[in-house]
Design a protein around this ligand. Structure first.
Ligand SMILES: [Zn+2]
Length: 701
């Protein structure tokens, strides 16, 4: 990257220049990119609609002079030149058959026996020989980064869904376990109900090793020709990569070599659907970063598919970029224009937005990229979740992926920012906690720990019942199998509840019902909420709180969150009271940040090493928030408050105030926050500053 302040928010445009419109497209790049503020152009080759499948060697040879021309033109403009081949092993077949043009090509065979005609098995020697020739041509143009697509994985190679179980993979596997094994036998063992079969571990380890070897091979091809070219990695989200047992650290090290590694975390939202899609996007940045080694340079994926404003509005595109920089990414890779040669200026509104927003994004990025950490309730991820996951009978192959996803959005949507870093409070749902060792769980039980019923069941099995305040916990079943139930009544006033504070059990949406486990509480455990019948009588505890002998605090919710917490019915102002009340109690004064003021928040707190703090709020509702409150620990010292203005300056603002309230430090902003103007506040800090008077406006430090 660069020290140039105008390039802090690094713009990288992904662009295809088809052969038939090459000259016009190149002329336009030269004219437009400086005006848009673009810092890097990433040339996509043999792309999307017009892909040939595995790119034919002669076709790439004929295209290589065009790559040199683009590179040279970009050099004159001071714009970095990178390449993004559209495929590595291949995303999908789409009617192409690469076997005639790559003789001996071994293609992917799925868990169900379906075979690709184009997508290559990474063990295929013919594919490796072909890739060596083609990528040597790319590397000879000395790109800044050679971006590898997220097809470097062992799932989603349409028409194959999962794995590679081709004869070569099966031969290697049989050798590994010392007996001849068929695909059918292996898949049955992978999906065996209950405790995992030892073959699952053997297969996942083998897949992980094959993919580490594959990326080391690709890096070798590139850097043998162009030692200064870095590799870039598009990925598909760590929950998914659990399916193939990816070992992120080794994988990244093998791919990087001795150059910096670039990462393109997926952001989803290829079509604009709802602003709530940004919960996934921001989490993808945080969790992918958590898995990768320190020092990886991030350029997020801001992508439409298909293109034009029918797919994604300019406003939504801007928010996706702002979100990338707010969460500390170094750049954005923008896939905003089609790959069929249509001019950029067919939709000039995108370029105008890029230019207009750059000062704001530069200032935001300069603060958010400072070393530090994002604070909140800690979520759990484990690279080896699939190794330990227990399946019910008849589970599909996809059930091997990491579960517990509903927790992130449910907490964020109720004003509780999340993190994958250390925190006084941890929230666990689903089976992910199964992958952690007893010692690690014991450490979690010494702090604040929130558990859904599935995670609590895992801890019961592991003998931690006395530490979570339960004497018994039945396996969760659909609520309606337990009888006639109306609502969850959140009644405990010590946590913010009250009589007849009802939360619907028709969740996650109209027609849905949760899976629920009946809890038997230990003496000393409090009941926070109950399942009530149609006469509003409390029948079973729904949420419990307990202080254990390790000094920790544990709250258990009897609902299985993956069955109910991902939909709109789970969300309610009473749920805000419940979850914020519970998390405050679990944090015991140390909960890092809570936000209040409206519905559908996406908020952040970054504690920077230079002792400044960044607070942020994206309002993911179309209704403006009338005001905002960030609720922080009392010892947060605030020496100055500034807001990032639309023109990209941090300035004092009369609408900002700071006060001590109920043992917490509350930063408030007293003006509306609409969806398209996210709020960013910077706290200057200094040790030993006197506490500020209630409501006193602050001046910048
Ligand atoms: Zn294979």
């Amino acid at each position: 990257m660069t020290d140039d302040a105008n390039k802090t928010a690094w713009y990288a445009l992904r662009r295809t220049l088809p052969t038939w419109s090459f000259e016009a497209n190149l002329r336009e790049l030269v004219a437009c990119l400086p005006r848009y503020g673009v810092d890097e152009v990433i040339i996509k080759v043999d792309t999307e609609e017009f892909t040939h499948g595995q790119p034919p060697l002669d076709w790439v040879k004929a295209y290589q002079p065009k790559l040199f021309r683009i590179r040279d033109e970009m050099r004159k403009l001071g714009i970095a030149y990178s390449i993004n081949p559209w495929i590595t092993v291949g995303h999908c077949d789409r009617g192409r058959d690469a076997r005639p043009q790559v003789p001996g090509l071994r293609t992917v065979v799925g868990h169900d026996g379906v075979e690709c005609t184009c997508c290559a098995c990474p063990l295929s020697t013919a594919w490796r020989a072909h890739l060596t020739q083609v990528w040597t041509l790319y590397a000879e143009t000395e790109p800044h980064i050679l971006w590898i697509e997220d097809d470097i994985r062992t799932f989603n190679h349409a028409p194959v869904t999962y794995g590679c179980f081709c004869p070569e993979h099966m031969r290697k596997f049989s050798e590994r376990v010392g007996q001849a094994v068929t695909r059918e036998e292996l898949v049955a063992a992978m999906l065996r109900p209950g405790a995992p079969h030892s073959w699952r571990t053997a297969y996942l380890d083998m897949q992980a090793e094959v993919m580490i070897d594959t990326v080391a091979f690709i890096r070798g091809v590139v850097q043998r020709v162009s030692p200064t070219t870095s590799l870039g990695l598009m990925s598909s989200g760590p929950h998914q990569h659990c399916l193939e047992g990816r070992r992120w650290q080794e994988f990244a090290t093998a791919l990087a070599g001795d150059r910096p590694l670039y990462s393109r975390p997926p952001m989803g939202n290829y079509n604009e659907d709802s602003l709530r899609g940004f919960y996934y996007s921001h989490d993808s940045i945080k969790i992918t970063r958590h898995c990768l080694p320190a020092g990886v340079i991030e350029q997020t994926e801001v992508e439409s598919c298909p293109f034009t404003r029918y797919s994604k509005s300019v406003a939504f595109t801007f928010l996706e970029m702002a979100l990338s920089f707010a969460y500390g990414s170094h750049g954005v890779t923008m896939n905003l224009f089609d790959h069929t040669g249509t001019p950029l200026e067919a939709e000039p509104w995108f370029g105008a937005m890029l230019k207009a927003k750059k000062p704001f994004l530069n200032a935001l990025a300069a603060q958010a990229q400072k070393p530090g950490r994002y604070a909140g309730v800690r979520l759990l991820h484990h690279d080896r979740s699939t190794f330990s996951r227990q399946l019910p009978a008849g589970a599909p192959y996809g059930a091997l992926g990491e579960d517990g996803h509903a927790m992130m959005q449910a907490l964020e949507a109720h004003g509780l920012p999340t993190t994958y870093d250390a925190s006084p409070v941890i929230a666990a749902s689903g089976q992910t906690i199964r992958a952690f060792a007893d010692d690690e769980i014991r450490t979690m039980l010494k702090g604040g720990l929130f558990l859904d019923v599935v995670a609590a069941r895992v801890l019961m099995e592991r003998g931690f019942g006395p530490e979570i305040g339960l004497e018994g916990l039945l396996e969760p079943v659909c609520l309606d199998q337990l009888g006639a139930f109306a609502c969850e009544e959140f009644f405990n006033p010590a946590f913010g509840g009250a009589d007849k504070k009802f939360l619907t059990l028709t969740t996650p949406h109209l027609g849905g019902r949760p899976d629920v486990g009946i809890m038997h509480l230990s003496p000393g455990a409090d009941t926070l909420s109950a399942l009530v019948d149609p006469d509003a009588r409390r029948v079973y505890p729904a949420m419990s709180a307990f202080q254990n002998r390790l000094g920790g605090r544990v709250v258990v919710h009897a609902l299985a969150w993956d069955s109910c917490a991902w939909g709109v019915s789970f969300c309610h102002p009473f749920r805000v009271d419940q979850l914020q009340g519970v998390m405050h109690w679990l944090g015991n004064g140390l909960l890092p940040v809570v936000v209040r003021g409206g519905v559908w928040p996406l908020a952040l707190r970054k504690e920077c090493d230079d002792r400044t703090t960044l607070l942020g709020l994206f309002n993911l509702s179309l209704d403006s928030w009338p005001q905002v409150e960030f609720d922080l620990p009392a010892d947060t010292v605030v020496a100055g408050l500034e807001r990032l203005t639309a023109d990209g300056h941090w300035r004092a603002d009369d609408a900002l105030a700071c006060e001590l309230r109920n043992g917490r430090r509350v930063i408030s902003y007293a003006r509306p926050v609409p969806f398209d103007e996210p709020l960013f506040v910077r706290l200057g800090v200094c040790v030993g500053a006197t506490l500020l008077k209630k409501g006193a406006p602050q001046t910048p430090s």
